[in-house]
Design a protein around this ligand. Structure first.
Ligand SMILES: Cc1ncc(COP(=O)(O)O)c(C=O)c1O
Length: 465
């Protein structure tokens, strides 16, 4: 299609006036995209052609919306991998429900912010309902509460700020040094934990997990005999490591945290949703004892980017640490309401009511549908693991706790895995990435989309024989 890029004349008022033709243009695209039975993997479109097509896009004069949208659809969109394809098995995929995607548009269309009870009571209550559902599933007390932040990294960081400042307060009362402080983590903790510790100026005491990749009671206790724990203020366990989907021994971590009066944080950004699978529930024993937990709706709770639930056992501790004070904000703090302001519970102030897409989807689908969808991911991982075990030149590296499968292809080097991934992408069979396990490059498949079929998995495994 050849479209005239220019739209004249310049008209600043147009920016805020209803424009039915632009509404129709965007809705037509959205309708088509949301109506796709299976999102394609994409990611292949020529990037140089895209650069040329996008040259001069933003200038002082307006461009025709149809022209710009055409460039998006035909030059840009297909350079972007669709993490919501049921054939996307790399990193941590996404699989937002149709309801959550649609309601996310409502949040945008109505400019819904979710800062405070004063400004946005309905949004705050809706988000709190979704947080309540999640914290009930985790078995946390009724006093637990939190907020939705942009992602797991932001959630881990905000929780560690509370852990640090709560510890500092206690230590100041006890006359203990406030610097340096350190945190016990496993060698499998997500990279965001290392970054967060760097930002909050705390040191990591790294516990090696060995072949199991799991932070066990034994690994923890033996590591603790070798370190000086005087400066430790927190322990972080992972409920579903990113690399291998392993759930740490949460009960052991909770017990050690209690013994030492340390903060106990759980990074369940990916794997927290596994709590919904009753067959896996025992693996999470001790989750209910955490001081804070992060679970990302934009991962396995089937919500759009960007959304992470950050839940505290005692949200008032978070409020005392994160609340921003300024005279122009007094109005949101001078309230008799017992409902806490989401803005006061993490490192943010203005915030999109990003939990509402999850809330709407939970309401219209019901939590049993969420349970079944999470179980489907775990079932698919089991299917892939069993198929790998039955195949001669493939070896399963670990029995999957959740929906990540690591495997070895006999005699393959790192380059073979890269070539394999490239070939699958070129043929749009799947998006896969390799990883490292104990220093070796291995294959990694992550299952999260309930639309993934055994046929799709078979097609991938057939390319490994
Ligand atoms: C266990 C874990 N923690 C934290 C993160 C970071 O989350 P985000 O990418 O939403 O910042 C991830 C991302 O995959 C993760 O798997």
């Amino acid at each position: 299609m050849s479209l005239d890029p220019n739209q004249s004349p310049v008209n600043p008022a147009r920016m805020h006036q209803p424009d039915q033709s632009m509404v129709d243009l965007i809705f037509e695209y959205v309708n088509g995209r949301i109506g796709l039975p299976e999102a394609p993997i994409d990611g292949l479109e020529d990037r140089d052609a895209m650069r040329i097509a996008m040259e001069g896009m933003i200038g002082s004069a307006p461009k025709d919306p149809a022209y710009v949208m055409d460039i998006y659809e035909n030059a840009m969109s297909e350079t972007i991998l669709s993490a919501d394809s049921p054939r996307f098995f790399g990193f941590i995929p996404a699989a937002p429900t149709k309801a959550s995607l649609l309601f996310d548009m409502v949040v945008s269309a109505a400019s819904l912010q979710g800062c405070s009870w004063f400004e946005a009571a309905g949004a705050v209550l809706a988000e709190n309902q979704a947080l309540r559902a999640m914290s009930d599933i985790a078995g946390m007390p009724q006093s637990a509460g939190g907020t939705f932040v942009s992602g797991g990294s932001a959630g881990n960081l905000s929780a560690l700020v509370v852990a640090r400042d709560t510890a500092r307060r206690k230590r100041a009362e006890q006359g203990l040094p406030l610097y340096p402080l350190s945190v016990v983590v496993s060698d499998q903790a997500h990279s965001s934990i290392k970054n967060a510790l760097n930002i909050v100026d705390m040191q990591a005491v790294v516990v090696p997990t060995g072949d199991s990749g799991r932070l066990t009671s034994q690994a923890l206790r033996s590591a603790l005999t070798e370190i000086n724990t005087a400066n430790v203020v927190a322990i972080i366990a992972t409920a579903g490591t990113t690399n291998a989907g392993i759930i740490d021994d949460l009960a052991a971590a909770a017990e050690i945290a209690r013994e030492h009066d340390w903060w106990f944080h759980i990074d369940g950004a990916y794997g927290g949703a596994g709590l919904l699978d009753p067959r896996k529930r025992d693996l999470y024993t001790g989750v209910e004892l955490c001081d804070s937990i992060v679970m990302d709706p934009h991962k396995w709770w089937f919500a759009p980017f960007d959304s992470a639930a950050l839940i505290y056992r005692d949200p008032y501790l978070a409020k005392s640490v994160h609340t921003q004070d300024a005279s122009y904000l007094d109005v949101i703090h001078d309230t008799d309401s017992e409902v806490l302001n989401p803005s006061d519970l993490a490192y943010h102030l203005t915030r999109r009511a990003r939990g509402m897409a999850l809330w709407f989807s939970m309401a219209v689908n019901g939590l049993d549908a969420y349970r079944d969808a999470v179980m489907a991911g775990n079932d698919m991982a089991r299917y892939a693991a069993d198929s790998i075990t039955k195949t001669d030149n493939l070896e399963l590296i670990l029995e999957p706790d959740l929906s990540v499968v690591l495997f070895r292809r006999e005699s393959w080097t790192a380059m073979d895995y890269d070539n394999w991934a490239e070939d699958l992408l070129q043929r749009q069979i799947a998006f896969v990435t390799s990883t490292q396990w104990q220093g070796e490059t291995v294959g990694r498949l992550v299952f999260l989309h309930p639309g993934t079929t055994t046929d799709m998995v078979d097609q991938v495994l057939a390319t490994l024989i």
